[in-house]
Write a protein that binds this ligand. Structure first.
Ligand code: GLA
Length: 373
């Protein structure tokens, strides 16, 4: 299966951790549709760790959904989600146990893939905990990818080995569609800035077919949930997180409680211009033109457009500079840049250095193209 642009969806982990059940999932499926997330493109509902028991069925060797969460088995949930026009995702692990010590897929990859296909799974997040000390991670991912490809159902294979073992150098070849490139995100500024800063020079491996996954978005969590924090994040900080995920072409997997998230964050997460940058069909990686205190990234888009993201990580407002020269535009070219702020509609024109005011801990996302002077 070819996954042409970064997958989009919602995952239980950030908000619920271990505490979710059939009823919660139905409510989430309803909210994804009723609040416009599905229409914006968030079409996968993914259950993370803790959905299966600590043992397998002694006869079939299949995984067993936890009866406390799913008294009627997992099938009714899958059909409810499918009935809403959404796709259904599950979680497993290369290890004999998952990170939460539930049953993993080690040496049962073909059994599990066959069952996933039978019940209608469309997406598998495959984690990296508790594998035998001497086993080779690449081989274990290769096995599950092969089992899924053989299962007869198109399934997005989302590897989650946290960027270990130079994952970017082999993950595309084994058949994965996305790969988590870092440790787990927390709902704070340092966590997500550390995550994206660590990937800036590794994005060349992320392209159509297999995407670098910066982890599940915390926008709108407001300190609540399983990866919460006492630090309440501002709108500017959340705006920055979402703009980076869009600019970097990361899968957009939401983690906030979509039933209750504030309208202003729903609107940000569903902003069609930002999502259009994320889903750009050329799938090119962004490149840094400033990467120290000031962070400025550019990205070439389909049809000759260019996106520029300017991030002010400081506590004071500043005028951030952008040199058209850095993207290859020369004085004598006869062209200038004509740019529009994707979020507020302001327009800019520049053939020489351009200064863009950016509020503290906030960003500006511009989109434009070359025009004749
Ligand atoms: C790992 C993953 C997380 C989440 C937890 C569940 O830490 O990186 O995204 O799936 O396991 O236990």
């Amino acid at each position: 299966m070819i996954v042409r642009t970064p997958p989009m969806g919602w995952n239980t982990w950030n908000t619920f951790g271990e505490c979710y059940n059939e009823e919660v999932l139905r409510e989430i499926a309803d909210a994804l549709v009723d609040r416009g997330f599905a229409e914006a493109g968030y079409n996968h509902l993914i259950i993370d760790d803790h959905w299966v028991m600590e043992h397998r069925d002694p006869e079939t060797h299949r995984l067993i959904p936890r009866p406390g969460k799913f008294p009627n088995g997992i099938e009714p949930v899958v059909s409810y989600v499918h009935g809403k026009g959404l796709k259904f995702g599950v979680y497993s692990c290369v290890g004999a146990r998952t990170c939460g010590a539930k049953m993993g897929s080690f040496e049962y990859e073909f059994t599990d893939a066959e069952w996933f296909s039978e019940i209608g799974v469309d997406y598998l997040k495959h984690d990296y905990c508790l594998r035998p000390e001497k086993s080779n991670g690449e081989t274990l991912y290769r096995r599950m990818a092969l089992a899924l490809r053989d299962s007869g159902r198109d399934t997005v294979f989302a590897a989650c080995n946290w960027g270990c073992d130079d994952v970017w150098s082999w993950i595309r070849s084994i058949g994965a569609h996305t790969y988590r490139s870092t440790g787990d995100i927390c709902d704070n500024f340092k966590s997500f800035t550390d995550i994206f800063r660590s990937q800036v020079f590794k994005l060349g491996a992320s392209a159509s077919g297999c995407f670098n996954d910066l982890d599940m978005i915390t926008v709108g969590m407001d300190g609540e949930g399983n990866v919460g924090t006492s630090e309440l994040l501002t709108e500017g900080v959340y705006r920055t997180q979402f703009c980076v995920w869009c600019m970097f072409g990361s899968p957009l997997i939401l983690g906030c409680d979509v039933r209750t998230v504030k309208d202003k964050y729903r609107d940000l997460l569903c902003n069609s211009e930002l999502i259009r940058i994320n889903q750009d069909p050329e799938c090119r990686s962004p490149f840094p033109v400033a990467f120290d205190d000031a962070l400025v990234f550019c990205r070439l888009l389909d049809g000759g457009d260019i996106a520029v993201l300017l991030i002010n990580v400081n506590d004071n407002a500043c005028n951030m500079s952008f040199l058209p020269y850095d993207i290859g535009l020369t004085e004598e070219s006869g062209y200038k840049l004509s740019m529009k702020d994707v979020l507020n509609g302001d327009t800019f024109e520049a053939s020489d250095i351009m200064f863009v005011p950016v509020p503290p801990k906030d960003c500006r996302m511009l989109r434009g193209r070359l025009v004749r002077k």
